[in-house]
Design a protein around this ligand. Structure first.
Ligand code: GLA
Length: 703
């Protein structure tokens, strides 16, 4: 790495991704770094769109600057990224630039030092090869002599110039309603999303897209925070026609104390750009997540059966085997026993922490049961909630000090349970030991890791002043350590991430799991909306989805078995229905769908995915193009907003495909119909919905 101190502060450092450039320069006579350009290659040549008149009234120049990362003190009014307080002293930093390390086009470090406190802040930039993602984070080092209280310690700030206000797209909801896609136009003021639930939470995904409201089909900028704990993202629409987005951790104790000699890295903020709007942006994120999966992307994600919705807490070997035999007959590859398999777990009240198979559920022994499941040809998987503990458990009786608590305060129960302090080393060792025992002692190839309650009364008595414990970061580190251990020690085990549905889905989790459970809501039309939002931010190969018997929770209109299968096949197919009650016809149809999915899953998991229409349109779908473009799979659903056909005059719904070769011919493998690429791009793929025909999985092969 070369060390470069720019001779000319106006001359920017350029970071280049596949199709994007991100240009940073010094501003304010070298007191801060600011964004000069972010867009397609070449966008850096010309006057910066973020340049302003430089005249500022009633604010400081720093307040108006498109600052990359700037402390409170230097930027007193319009929002800082870092707020530092000296105990008994002032609140604020007035730092100076002290050096840059530039790995041309690929990585950059910019260092700023505040001499009175001794705080050294390094802005880090790293491009991600093969993607249009730039990672940004910040390193903080206290080289001074007194502890520093970091009240705000964001990862990064990014500025997007807009002419008609900012069109913000975000994913919001609540338990069983995750990933609803919302949009608002922000012309002035502040937008904020946050979680203090020790996890990203169900209310908001730590993900935001920004476009110019004057050109809402135009370029899209996105950020996503890689952090499994408390977080916030804010967007400030500034007077000068720009929106500044800041993202980072939220310290549970109000501040993180950085002791003399101490260092801290903020979480990474992934910054993505696409000239092709939200659709293009989603593909940037998909590609990034395929990269996050590393070599494990190429492991086949098996079709699973999970018995939770069929049997609930009433796990009992014979009934499970009956389900397994039917599932195996449908072509399912993996059988997962969910909650309810361990001692004391008859309902929500007990058992968590005592991770031993319940002898009453498996009278001939757990290994005998697993052996019988495997004899049907299925692999075997198990549900665990390693961070949870039931007050009635043996573990709690033995280690009451392992849970979060505050001396002299009541302990709030959520879902009848408490939470282990996974930041403690002994708790991490217990969890690792438990998982090692289960995974080495039994023939288990799949683990669903759940977490069903956020921390309350978050304290660790006897561990020092509460304000000096960074419990949120400690929990995240413990969680990631155990996930890393699973990958290292049990690489053959596929891991599914879950937190009461989609409560903990972000890049740190996605990098260490193979799939995630986006929601507990498996009702067809509700799930369609959830998956539609989910796929804006996350890749299909991560999206575990089941066909169930569930009626609509928010939309009770019935949907066909085909609809449910095509919907679950849009990601990683599973079945969660009570198969014992399915008719021979239903089972035969299911067998066909499972076989069909197996033929197409390589395209669904490895291809480029495009969202077609929305759940509010008559037709809604996802198009998956195989790498190279020789095969295209379209999953399409009727949302129920029919145009009248065939009862009254009407025409088939058309889904306009994208990205095909207009001059090529494409053949529907089921019907033999041939289309030109131009036809599919211009008119779209026809889908003649009726009340009974409400979904299709179409395969088009390029001739
Ligand atoms: C959570 C999960 C579900 C299921 C139950 C079991 O709600 O999201 O999928 O595992 O717990 O208690």
């Amino acid at each position: 790495m070369t060390t470069v101190r720019p001779q000319d502060p106006a001359g920017p450092w350029l970071l280049r991704t596949e199709h994007t450039v991100y240009a940073v320069r010094l501003g304010g006579e070298g007191r801060w770094a600011e964004l000069a350009a972010w867009g397609p290659h070449g966008a850096e040549t010309g006057p910066s769109p973020l340049d302003r008149s430089r005249r500022t009234h009633f604010i400081t120049p720093a307040d108006a600057a498109p600052a990359e990362y700037i402390p409170y003190g230097l930027r007193p009014f319009t929002g800082a990224d870092l707020t530092v307080r000296r105990p008994g002293g002032e609140r604020g930093l007035w730092w100076a630039f002290t050096g840059a390390h530039y790995d041309e086009g690929i990585a950059l470090r910019l260092e700023f030092t505040d001499r009175p406190t001794g705080l050294r802040t390094t802005l880090r930039y790293a491009t991600v090869p093969g993607t249009d993602v730039l990672l940004r984070w910040t390193e903080l080092h206290n080289a001074g002599t007194e502890p520093l209280h970091l009240e705000r310690l964001d990862s990064a700030g990014v500025t997007v110039p807009v002419q008609g206000g900012a069109r913000l797209t975000y994913l919001a909801g609540q338990w069983s309603q995750e990933f609803g896609r919302h949009q608002l136009d922000l012309t002035r003021g502040r937008f904020e999303m946050a979680s203090t639930q020790g996890a990203p939470g169900h209310a908001y995904a730590p993900w935001l897209a920004v476009q110019d409201a004057a050109d809402a089909d135009g370029p899209a900028y996105g950020v996503a925070l890689e952090w499994s704990g408390n977080w916030h993202i804010t967007a400030d629409a500034e007077p000068g026609g720009a929106v500044r987005v800041r993202a980072g951790r939220v310290p549970h104790e109000g501040a993180v104390v950085l002791q003399p000699g101490g260092s801290l890295d903020t979480p990474r903020l992934a910054c993505a750009f696409s000239p092709e709007g939200l659709d293009g942006l989603s593909r940037v994120w998909h590609r990034y997540e395929r990269r996050l999966a590393g070599e494990r992307l190429h492991r086949t994600r098996k079709v699973l059966y999970n018995s939770w919705e069929a049997t609930g807490f009433g796990v009992e070997a014979d009934a499970q085997l009956e389900l397994a035999v039917i599932a195996a007959g449908l072509g399912v590859e993996l059988f997962v026993v969910d909650d309810g398999w361990f001692t004391g777990r008859h309902d929500e009240k007990g058992g968590l922490g005592d991770w031993r198979p319940d002898p009453a559920a498996f009278p001939a022994g757990f290994d005998d049961f697993i052996g019988k499941i495997r004899a049907t040809g299925l692999e075997f998987g198990l549900w665990v909630e390693p961070e949870a503990i039931s007050p009635a458990s043996r573990l709690y009786a033995e280690h009451p000090d392992w849970v979060y608590r505050i001396e002299g305060r009541p302990a709030t129960l959520v879902r009848e349970q408490l939470l282990l302090d996974l930041g403690r080393n002994d708790v991490q060792e217990f969890v690792i030991g438990t998982l090692d025992r289960l995974l080495t002692g039994h023939d288990i190839s799949y683990l669903k890791w759940d977490m069903n309650r956020p921390p309350t009364e978050r304290g660790r008595p006897g561990a020092g002043p509460a304000g000096e414990l960074d419990l949120d970061a400690a929990h995240v580190a413990g969680y990631l350590r155990v996930l890393d251990h699973l990958r290292d020690r049990h690489p053959q085990v596929t891991v599914e991430g879950c937190a009461g549905g989609g409560g903990r889905i972000e890049h740190a989790t996605l990098a260490r799991t193979d799939v995630v459970w986006s929601s507990d809501n498996t009702a067809p039309l509700d799930r369609l909306a959830i998956q539609y939002g989910y796929l804006h931010a996350h890749a299909p190969h991560t999206m575990s989805s089941w066909v169930t018997d569930a009626p609509g929770v928010f939309d009770p209109r019935p949907r066909s078995l085909a609809f449910r299968f095509v919907l679950a096949a849009a990601g990683v197919l599973g079945i969660g229905a009570d198969l014992r009650h399915w008719t021979a016809e239903q089972r035969a149809e299911a067998t066909g769908w499972v076989a069909r999915y197996k033929q197409e899953r390589d395209v669904i998991h490895h291809g480029e995915a495009r969202l077609l229409g929305t759940p509010a349109d008559a037709g809604c779908g996802v198009q998956y193009d195989a790498p190279g473009g020789d095969r295209t799979v379209v999953a399409a659903w009727s949302t129920g907003r029919l145009d009248g056909a065939p009862l009254v005059p009407g025409r088939a719904v058309r889904l306009r495909l994208r990205g095909l070769d207009p001059g090529a011919r494409y053949r529907d493998t089921a019907t033999g119909t041939e289309y030109s690429g131009a036809h599919l791009l211009h008119y779209g793929l026809p889908l003649a919905w009726t009340a009974d025909h409400d979904a299709e999985l179409v395969t088009l092969v390029r001739q």
